[in-house]
Ligand binder design. Structure first.
Ligand code: FES
Length: 139
């Protein structure tokens, strides 16, 4: 069996939503200390708290790039409240799986989105439960 699914290969070789949003409403940057990979997510959010645009920059492995690409596809056009609920598990499922040693790459995508949402809340003075942004215990 191939190590990576066709979807992972597709989102790695042809990643969606790559880039930067200069006037982003929220930006999140996270890294994994063990592998050294870094992921940055930019959100554009309208007055109804809908994510109208999302871009990412990932300096990392194929799984991290595929996870970022898929995660941005999953939250684009969705309410912020749904983006915050996006789990790394949902990203892995949408990619038709990742090898066990690469699960942490999908966690990075979840954390980067959460960090961007937190930044959006902070910038706009929106109250939130800090529990929503607790880090996952996966490395
Ligand atoms: Fe670290 Fe993929 S190996 S994010």
């Amino acid at each position: 069996m191939a190590l990576y699914s066709e979807k992972v290969m597709d989102h790695f070789t042809n990643p969606r939503n790559v880039g930067k949003i200069d006037d982003a409403d929220g930006v999140g940057e996270v890294g994994n200390a063990k592998c050294g990979d870094i992921m940055k997510i930019y959100l554009k959010v309208d007055d109804n708290q809908i994510i109208t645009d999302v871009k990412f920059n990932t300096f990392g492995c194929a799984s991290a790039i595929a996870s970022s690409s898929m995660a941005t596809c999953l939250i684009k056009g969705k309410p912020i409240s749904e983006a915050i609920e996006l789990s790394n598990k949902a990203v892995v499922e949408a990619l038709d799986g990742l090898p066990p040693v690469k699960i942490h790459c999908s966690v990075l995508a979840e954390e980067a989105i959460k960090a961007a949402v937190k930044d959006y809340y902070d910038r706009h003075g929106i109250d939130y439960d800090p529990e929503m942004f607790k880090e996952k215990d996966i490395d």
